[in-house]
Write a protein that binds this ligand. Structure first.
Ligand code: ADP
Ligand code: MG
Length: 369
């Protein structure tokens, strides 16, 4: 069992390419930490630094309180699971799982005990004598997990382990990995570009962009209080709507006006006092698709703060209906109940939930609050 701490860690590749920069991250013992972000943002680099597969350019890495910058990978007591399972094709499942232990000259009966225990946890006992090519993608991934488990490492590292699986199997294996974490009670650091995986797996989520950490928080805080417009747009599906608006401080209320002479919303001056310094300026208003309600469906009587929009498309999904609509100068996506059907060209009267508004600075993209 061990915690993992990165202090101001950077990786600069040859030629000056930034892998990751000034990473400050503390993963507690037994925590499930997910690093998420778009392709090329530095997730794998960060993970490979922890594993010792890349040399740290700057900063300090501690595992279980020990500085390990100079410790080779094999002595870090870490197991890593990759996207391509990297199983040996000529070995059986049992041989694949036991390979690392045999290499380390563990006693035979200890190896057998560990392999059987891991196989039981992963429900692959019946596959032990098969070879990788006789297995499905999901089964191969379980074997790769098994190979990591038998080592009983202090820390598990996962680099997009489910990316090669089809959508249904991915959801299934996601639950398996979550169960595995609660069974093993080990520190896990998991890299993915999939925000749903991040939200459902992580105790702690690290959002990265361009080699830098944008935010570290628990899933709900990330969702409800994204620190930047990037995080707000990256986490959540369909993504948050962004609308360019102008702020006007009217002394007893604040007026939010859509750019281009569009909708107007009156909000409470005390609640939103942090917007007062932006009076006369443009900012970005963010609102999630589920935080917009259609006045007709919601049976709300007020005509106040209505945002008029015209339907341009709908995506009926059964359980929910995703409506695309246009205001004067913006496109909106609205998530509503599956029974709330609309037609192209319908005029909607929308209401934004005022306690669910997000505001971002147009210059640096930072949350205003
Ligand atoms: P991610 O895993 O988030 O997709 P990576 O950590 O693989 O991102 O890459 C981060 C950045 O570092 C990218 O710009 C990538 O091109 C660069 N990079 C990754 N590995 C190397 C390498 N071995 N040599 C040079 N540049 C690299
Ligand atoms: Mg990667």
């Amino acid at each position: 069992m061990a915690d993992v701490v990165l202090k101001n860690v950077s990786k600069i590749y040859k030629g000056g390419v930034i892998g990751c920069k000034n990473i400050n991250l503390s993963v507690s013992d037994r925590e499930f930490c997910v690093i998420v972000g778009p392709s090329g943002c530095g997730k794998s680099t960060t993970l490979r630094l922890i594993a010792g597969l890349e040399e740290i350019t700057e900063g300090e890495l501690y595992i279980g309180g020990d500085l390990v910058n100079e410790i080779p990978p094999k002595d870090r007591d870490i197991a890593m699971v990759f996207q391509d399972y990297a199983l040996y094709p000529h070995m059986t499942v049992e041989e694949n799982m036991s390979f690392g232990l045999r290499l380390r000259k563990y006693p035979k009966d200890e190896i057998k005990r560990r392999v059987i225990e891991a196989a039981r946890i992963l429900e692959i006992e019946h596959l032990l004598s098969r070879r990788p090519k006789q297995l499905s993608g999901g089964q191969r991934q379980r074997v790769a997990l098994g190979r990591a488990i038998v080592r009983k490492p202090k820390v598990f590292l996962f680099d997009e382990p489910l990316s090669n699986l089809d959508a249904k199997l991915r959801v299934q294996m996601r639950i398996e990995i979550k169960k595995l974490h609660s069974k093993l009670r080990t520190t896990m650091i998991y890299v993915t570009h999939d925000q749903v995986e991040a939200m459902t797996l992580g105790d702690k989520i690290v959002v990265m962009k361009d080699g830098l950490i944008q935010q570290i928080d628990d899933p709900l805080s990330i969702y409800e209080k994204p620190k930047t417009q990037f995080v707000a747009g990256f986490i959540g599906s369909p993504p948050m709507n962004f609308i360019r608006v102008k702020v006007e401080d009217k002394d007893d209320y604040i007026l939010i006006k859509e750019i281009g002479d569009g909708f107007k919303i009156v909000i409470d001056r005390n609640t939103f006092s942090y917007l007062i310094p932006y009076s006369g300026k443009e900012i970005t208003l963010g609102i999630r698709p589920e935080d917009i309600v259609d006045r007709i469906f919601s049976k709300i009587d007020t005509k106040e703060n209505v945002v008029e929009a015209e339907v341009v498309a709908e995506e009926p999904m059964g359980s929910e209906n995703i409506i695309h609509a246009k205001t004067k100068s913006s496109n909106l996506v609205i998530r509503t109940d599956g029974t709330n059907r609309v037609k192209m060209g319908d005029r909607l009267e929308l209401l934004f939930k005022l306690d669910k508004l997000h505001f971002f600075d147009v210059d640096d993209g930072k949350r205003i609050e």
